[in-house]
Design a binder for this molecule. Structure first.
Ligand code: GTP
Ligand code: MG
Length: 563
């Protein structure tokens, strides 16, 4: 089905923009509800196929759309087109989704390299559209402009617009829903993340035909917001995570002996992959290797997507954990809006921080939310042990390191139903109250059992890692940060309670209220221990030396990699 190309957001009047945001949110919600009850594995498989049918083409502006559409039709039927623009630049892109994978392949096979550029000639789904040979005579188009569209963008809603939407909400519950709808990762954001994965995968496909780059974390688990990073795991053997091996064939590949120390081997391979990405991949910049971490990663920035990527090669439990988080979000409608609200609260009061360190991470915070919902008198979420007990034979998963990650994947078969009817507002307030009294000094949190147990060591905060139960998810958190968490939840409970007392009636409000007060805690009411507060570190990316953005666009060309 073809959709309409939407004009650039910035040119629209503010109110129209708000209306557009809401429309987008509704569209997104409709899309997610159709996905609602499928397993994450199925959703990921579909998204991967969608990426295989798609290309991303840099264009002069959205006005190039009809010409590009007409040009691309020669490769096959087009399913849809999505326009986005990078905010810091005037660079425009159109994602073209064909109906079949072979059409996308044909588009790439017909693309050429630009002899004028000194870049490495590498094939990838990132292309640019140059002007037709005869200047001033654009190709005749079958007026697709009226029948095609793009409704999404890739940008986070600006704070002032979000504030206006929150201001206009009915009540705190409405604010929480609005926050969730207007900040959740949209369809285009998801498509582009899968295209980034495909680019990595297809680059090394010659040497590793079974390579599999699999997105996990907030990009797929339902807790991702616009602009969230992409966590990617790169496996050389496509089926290794399913424990399948082809035992029928009598012909066996010779392979290179691996080093005796598996971790050193992994670090060496990652170094090599890091170099490959850095030297050859179009759009990939600012590659950093963090190989001494428990899970070694390569970080990079993708300039065509304005996206931070964390690539690992050895963290399958992270992928399986994403499945658990995804199902927790599926079980009850309140889980995601509540978590989004708490993630934003933690961000605005500086509890979370984009750079790794001694502060609470979004993942630990999400575990705290899940535990809180599990331990209620009338639980909203079940213990993980129930997923394990309910596992069927097709749910069997064991990692290479022997970690058993077998648990039920299809949430429809989970024998659990909640009778809890609490509103989101009540849950939010009770979350703050619960953790302001939680005995972090002596107790550890078990999501597996949905109860707290005696703390096994002296870590400031102890959340038992659900899949590797001898590990602590929040081991990184310092005593000071744990204390700060306690202070902030106490303050938040106080702010929210007093706000609700003030705003009992539905009269028109002129002052910030509800979440706006929670997110903008007045400095005077906060007991902020400044000596513990570390300013956020902003990473400066090496970006945009794109010599192709000179306006001299002609037919489809590969985006070359320049180093
Ligand atoms: P943001 O990136 O902050 O939006 O959230 P995220 O959920 O993607 O968190 P992060 O990038 O830190 O981690 C990615 C995923 O790895 C998480 O969603 C988890 O599925 C998994 N993960 C992270 N830390 C751990 C851990 O300590 N144990 C396990 N089993 N999985 C983890
Ligand atoms: Mg992440």
């Amino acid at each position: 089905m073809h959709k309409l190309l939407r004009p650039c957001w910035r040119n629209l009047h503010f109110h129209r923009r708000n209306a557009a945001n809401l429309r987008l949110a509704e569209q997104q919600q409709r899309w997610s509800s159709t996905q609602e009850m499928r397993t994450l594995e199925d959703v990921i498989a579909d998204r991967r196929q969608q990426a295989n049918r798609s290309i991303v083409v840099q264009v002069n502006s959205e006005r190039s759309f009809s010409e590009l559409f007409t040009y691309c039709q020669q490769f096959g039927e087009i399913e849809g087109c999505h326009h986005y623009k990078l905010s810091h630049d005037e660079l425009h892109y159109i994602l073209v989704e064909f109906q079949t994978e072979s059409s996308a392949e044909a588009a790439m096979s017909s693309s050429c390299f630009n002899e004028d550029l000194s870049g490495v000639p590498i094939r990838s789904p990132f292309l640019w559209f140059r002007a037709g040979k005869k200047k001033g005579s654009p190709a005749k188009s079958a007026s697709p402009k009226t029948s095609l569209s793009s409704l999404d963008g890739i940008h986070t809603i600006p704070n002032n617009e979000l504030d206006d939407l929150l201001m206009a909400s009915q009540d705190v519950e409405g604010q929480m829903q609005t926050l969730h709808r207007s900040t959740v990762l949209n369809d285009l954001g998801t498509r582009l993340r899968f295209l980034a994965a495909r680019q990595v995968e297809s680059t090394i496909a010659g040497m590793f035909p079974n390579a599999n780059a699999l997105p996990f974390g907030s990009s797929v688990n339902g807790f991702g917001r616009m602009g969230c990073d992409l966590d990617l795991i790169l496996r050389f053997d496509k089926d290794s995570h399913l424990g399948c091996k082809s035992i029928d064939s009598r012909l066996v590949f010779h392979t290179k002996e691996t080093l005796s120390n598996g971790r050193s081997q992994m670090q060496r391979q990652m170094e090599c992959i890091g170099d490959l990405l850095h030297l050859f991949l179009p759009g990939v910049y600012h590659v950093r290797r963090i190989l001494q971490a428990r899970v070694p990663i390569i970080k990079f920035h993708h300039e065509h997507l304005d996206l931070e990527v964390d690539l690992s090669m050895s963290n399958l439990t992270g992928v399986y954990m994403s499945e658990l988080l995804y199902m927790f979000g599926q079980i009850d409608d309140r889980v995601r809006p509540l978590t989004f609200c708490l993630r934003r609260w933690a961000q605005t009061c500086g509890l979370t921080n984009p750079s790794p360190g001694r502060w609470i991470t979004n993942f630990s915070l999400t575990c705290l939310v899940i535990f809180y919902l599990q331990q209620l008198k009338e639980p909203i979420l079940p213990p993980i042990s129930l997923f394990v007990k309910s596992a069927k034979s097709n749910d069997l998963r064991v990692t290479e390191d022997g970690i058993n990650c077998s648990f039920l994947r299809d949430v429809r078969n989970l024998p659990f139903k909640t009778e809890n009817k609490s509103s989101l507002t009540e849950l939010l307030l009770q979350f703050f109250e619960f953790y302001s009294q939680f005995d972090f000094n002596n107790r550890a949190i078990s999501l597996n059992e949905a109860r707290n147990i005696v703390k096994p060591d002296h870590s400031a905060m102890y959340i038992i890692n659900p899949l590797e139960q001898h590990l602590n998810v929040s081991k990184n958190i310092s005593l000071e940060e744990c204390e700060r968490f306690r202070i902030e939840v106490r303050n938040a409970a106080w702010i929210l309670e007093s706000d609700m007392e003030r705003n009992t009636s539905n009269e028109s409000r002129e002052e910030p209220w509800g979440l706006l007060n929670l997110f903008r805690t007045p400095e005077k009411t906060i007991i902020r221990p400044n000596m513990f507060f570390k300013p956020r570190l902003v990473e400066v990316s090496e970006l945009f030396d794109d010599s192709s953005a000179d306006g001299e666009h002609r037919n489809l060309e590969f985006k070359n990699s320049t180093v």
